[in-house]
Design a protein around this ligand. Structure first.
Ligand SMILES: NC(=O)C1=CN([C@@H]2O[C@H](COP(=O)(O)OP(=O)(O)OC[C@H]3O[C@@H](n4cnc5c(N)ncnc54)[C@H](OP(=O)(O)O)[C@@H]3O)[C@@H](O)[C@H]2O)C=CC1
Ligand SMILES: O=C(O)CCC(=O)C(=O)O
Ligand SMILES: [Mg+2]
Length: 473
């Protein structure tokens, strides 16, 4: 079955039932060490995960690690350009849950991202990136503890499905000609727009199916959160790109108000219901005026549309959501992408789950990680319906590779997410405690040490792992 790797002789497979993992006491879990700083981070991570599982379950549970190869290590073993060998894909498919270090992607030419390839091959359509603060972590932000968000990033479409044609290429030129001469003038909505003849061309597809399955997972996650965090914010740039970014928002609302009608309320619905609660005799038109500040300047058609929206909300959900019942529901709202970047800094405590398309979520997850201490503290998970691969938000940080210096926190916390996904909460909690206490005691790697006042002596990557284990208690 495998060309160059051998699965552990002990252990059993994780299987999936209705999209959820069924985990034996001794699961076999494939891991990819990763390029660059993966060489430092992975041993530290494995040590912490093993120690936590051993302590939490007194030896009754144990992970059997299965080393599989990708990136530079794979080329060393399998030959030139064998960045993602079939063995690795077979193992991940077979065992269902895997964890990985970062893998290099060259900019410009060369291979396309192995990280993205893995997400697409296994249809890991949800990228979950929680950003929460651990007490004592130095941060460039004044109140980092107020940020506790989970970026739910669509993981297979948008720029990950992006198809590009190089500037000056034959097909690129043909495409520009067809667009300029046929497709753009075919309707009035694009006006006199013309694509410059020396442009590269990229297409970013956003589908209804892809958007809704992501938002579905985000809402299901919100249902599990404490009441005050039951909120899903749809992040988009729909003011500019109506049929991709704007459609993501619309499909998100559509899903929330159909599949999860009893569990959700949209922000606009909450305003309409709230206005009626404050003033039971309010007319539909006055209600519309209050939810839309520019109402009086709108065209009659647009005004009628908003009045209709008010009437529909009151006719359909007053019974189930009115008289304050909406306050018990998951709030679904939306924010324009540039605005959410300032909102998570100025009003971080007003947000919980941020559901995004691919590119917006890429930026947002790095930015949110920076607020709570940097990329060394940014874990993540790529989740599909029959497979999950856990990995940090950051990349290979090549300048720090092999120095036993980098912060392994993000991959360790990705391991925590994996344990939680497996239902091994006790082991996950031990690591969170150990990591939190190590940081609170100023036992940190260089990235956090340089932000602490007065400065502390940084720990090595491996020493930080040991400190976490010591603080299990
Ligand atoms: N999922 C994946 O495998 C990903 C892979 N990549 C790939 O990684 C490569 C390098 O990308 P690059 O743009 O340099 O981004 P990186 O995320 O690798 O690193 C950028 C900077 O972030 C900080 N950083 C990253 N990881 C850590 C950590 N564990 N602890 C502390 N600080 C950290 C370092 O800052 P400082 O030096 O200031 O301390 C580092 O120089 C590229 O090939 C890229 O494509 C990128 C993202 C994700
Ligand atoms: O695969 C890559 O090189 C980049 C991926 C990335 O930036 C991410 O997953 O956040
Ligand atoms: Mg990224």
């Amino acid at each position: 079955m495998y060309e160059k790797i051998t699965p552990p002789t002990t252990g059993a497979k994780i299987t999936f039932k209705n999209g959820e993992p069924v985990v034996p006491e001794n699961p076999i879990i494939p891991f990819i060490r990763g390029d660059g700083t993966g060489i430092d981070i992975w041993p530290a991570t494995e040590k912490v995960l093993d120690a936590a599982v051993a302590k939490a379950y007194n030896g009754t549970r144990k992970i059997s690690w299965f080393k599989v190869y990708a990136g530079d290590e794979a080329c060393d073993l399998y030959g030139t350009y064998q960045y993602l060998p079939q063995d690795t894909l077979t193992a991940i498919k077979e065992y269902g849950v895997a964890i990985k270090g970062p893998l290099t992607t060259p900019v410009g030419g060369g291979i396309r991202s192995l990280n993205v390839a893995l997400r697409q091959i296994f249809d890991l359509y949800t990228c979950v990136r929680p950003c929460r603060y651990y007490a004592g972590t130095p941060s460039p932000h004044k109140t980092p503890e107020k940020l506790d968000v989970i970026v739910y990033r669509e993981n297979t479409e948008d720029i990950y499905l992006g198809i590009e044609w190089k500037q000056g290429s034959e097909i690129g030129n043909r495409l520009i000609k067809i667009l300029n001469e046929e497709l753009i003038p075919a309707t009035s909505e694009h006006g006199k727009k013309q694509i410059p003849l020396d442009a590269g061309i990229g297409i970013k597809p956003i589908s209804k199916t892809g958007s809704q399955r992501l938002v579905r997972r985000a809402i299901k996650h919100a249902l599990l959160l404490p009441k005050n965090k039951q909120q899903v914010t749809l992040v988009h740039k729909g003011n500019i790109m109506k049929y991709t970014e704007g459609a993501f928002r619309d499909w998100g609302y559509e899903l929330a108000t159909t599949e999860f009608r009893q569990e959700t309320v949209t922000e606009r619905e909450s305003w309409i219901l709230g206005n009626k609660e404050k003033n039971p005799n309010i007319s539909a038109e006055e209600n519309a005026r209050q939810i839309d500040p520019g109402f009086d300047a709108l065209t009659p058609e647009k005004k009628a549309q908003i009045v209709k929206e008010v009437e529909t909300v009151l006719n359909t959900i007053w019974e189930s959501h009115g008289n304050g019942k909406w306050q018990e529901k998951i709030m679904v709202n939306d924010r324009i992408a540039d605005s959410i970047f300032q909102q998570i800094q100025t009003r971080p405590d007003e947000y919980s789950i941020l559901a995004t398309m691919n590119l917006n979520g890429d930026y947002l997850s790095d930015a949110a990680a920076a607020i709570v201490g940097g990329l060394g503290m940014g874990p993540g998970a790529n989740i599909g319906d029959s497979c999950a691969i856990f990995e940090a938000t950051h990349g290979t940080a090549p300048k720090h590779a092999g120095l036993d210096k980098i912060n392994p926190g993000s991959v360790i916390l990705s391991g925590v997410m994996m344990l939680e996904y497996m239902g091994w909460q006790e082991a996950a909690d031990l690591i969170k405690k150990g990591l939190g206490d190590a940081i609170a005691n100023g036992q940190v790697t260089y990235d956090l040490a340089r932000l602490i006042e007065p400065p502390v002596q940084p720990l090595k990557c491996s020493e930080f792992a040991d400190a976490i284990i010591k603080h299990f208690g």
